[in-house]
Design a protein around this ligand. Structure first.
Ligand SMILES: NC(=O)c1ccc[n+]([C@@H]2O[C@H](COP(=O)([O-])OP(=O)(O)OC[C@H]3O[C@@H](n4cnc5c(N)ncnc54)[C@H](OP(=O)(O)O)[C@@H]3O)[C@@H](O)[C@H]2O)c1
Length: 374
């Protein structure tokens, strides 16, 4: 094995390695070094067991580390980041304070590449069930660390996190926050940054239908406020906050290709007289997507709208029989229900950067339901 001592002759400032299997900067937990019977850095020998250590003093590229350590390393992203910004390992408080400064006013010469040591981070609002959960799974499979936001069902959120881990997410975190509340939306973003230090991909998915379907002549102000609060007002101001964060990250050179996705609905365009407040909220959200796409295009932040049709989830459970009949009668040209995975795959194609010269696009995931036919 090559050790640090053996690589001392490397050019000053170049990245060092302490194991010939690693050709890029090496980050691994102390226990790994011990298990392998190697001490990799005398400088940090007294680190707490389990802490991630480094033997290189400068990091210029993302690390390559063994797969078996990848999950553990990524689970402790703040520790990675602490190393990346070269804070003293024991001074956690200073690290957190410093990290916030870095995220907002980073000095590109010292942080650009270092912050990219972390895995990309995706946040999915309403990621615990239905469409959001499928999106979480697809993003996990792409290697994103995922934040699963939920409002009330903590168990479902934990289950979604476990699924994300099984599908390959380096790290997962469930965060309770009602996106209708501006304070809780702010807290969702803050907790994400506290844990991961960055956000690369934001999916505004959480949404609700009216508790009771009423004719448009009977829509109540209470239901209006409730649905528009969760589906439009809250997500608008949350996205405003996320966009500012992404702009700051862009200025700091922390992330590349950040994206924001809105999950709207066929109801953005189709009038359902039995749920006016839902249609208005989704129609408004479609405009919000256009607004942010226009505002952020020249900043390298791309924004997309995904417009699902009739998707089999808890939300459509109460009207299942009605739609079974209508789909069989040809309402949907591709004669079947949509699945959450159909939407998840569309989001994954955006997250894979399959549309690098597009923004503001509306992607229908509706089996052709939006087509005007004679
Ligand atoms: N299903 C369809 O046919 C369809 C079609 C077009 C568009 N959509 C849209 O797709 C999105 C997801 O729908 P879905 O069918 O997957 O719904 P769903 O099965 O009812 O799941 C809703 C998810 O959103 C969360 N959520 C609801 N209100 C929230 C709030 N105020 N704050 C934070 N999280 C909240 C829920 O968390 P808790 O369980 O913890 O409350 C849950 O994770 C919605 O925006 C919906 O309008 C659905």
């Amino acid at each position: 094995m090559t050790t640090v001592a053996e690589t001392k002759r490397s050019t000053p400032g170049r990245i060092r390695t302490c194991d010939r299997r690693f050709r890029k900067p090496l980050l691994y937990p102390l226990s790994y070094g011990r298990n392998q019977g190697r001490v990799v850095s005398g400088r940090q020998r007294d680190d707490a067991p389990g802490r991630i250590r480094t033997c290189g003093l400068r990091f210029r590229k993302p690390p390559l580390y063994p797969p078996e350590l990848r999950a553990r390393l990524a689970c402790d992203a703040p520790i990675l980041l602490r190393m990346a910004v070269r804070c003293q390992p024991r001074d956690a408080e200073a690290f957190f304070a410093k990290r916030q400064r870095l995220v907002f006013s980073a000095n590109p010469t010292t942080t650009r590449c270092k912050l990219s040591l972390l895995d990309r981070v995706a946040v999915v609002t309403g990621g615990s069930r239905g469409i959001g959960r499928a999106i979480v799974g697809e993003l996990a499979a792409l290697g994103f660390s995922v934040v699963v936001n939920y409002r009330s069902d903590a168990e479902a959120a934990e289950s979604s996190c476990r699924e994300a881990a099984a599908r390959g997410a380096p790290a997962q975190l469930a965060i309770q926050a009602d996106v209708a509340s501006l304070e809780q939306g702010e807290s969702l973003l803050r907790q994400t940054l506290d844990h991961f230090g960055r956000v690369d991909f934001w999916v505004n998915n959480a949404g609700m239908a009216p508790e009771v379907r009423r004719d448009v002549l009977e829509t109540t102000p209470e239901s209006w406020d409730r649905v528009l609060g969760a589906n439009l007002r809250g997500p608008f101001f949350l996205t405003q906050r996320v966009a500012r964060q992404m702009l700051a990250q862009r200025d700091a050179g922390v992330v590349t290709d950040p994206q924001i996705v809105f999950i709207t609905s066929i109801s953005s365009r189709f009038a359902s007289t039995g749920r006016a407040e839902y249609c208005v909220s989704k129609s408004g959200m479609s405009m919000v997507a256009q607004l942010f796409a226009s505002r952020l295009a020249d900043s390298g932040i791309r924004v997309f709208e995904i417009r699902p049709g009739i998707i089999a989830t808890d939300m459509t459970g109460p009207v299942k029989e009605q739609y079974d009949r209508r789909i069989a009668d040809g309402l949907v040209p591709i004669r079947r229900w949509g699945t959450p995975e159909d939407v998840g795959k569309a989001v994954a194609s955006l997250a894979s950067n399959s549309f690098p010269f597009s923004t503001g696009e509306v992607i229908h995931v509706d089996g052709g339901l939006h087509l005007r036919r004679l």
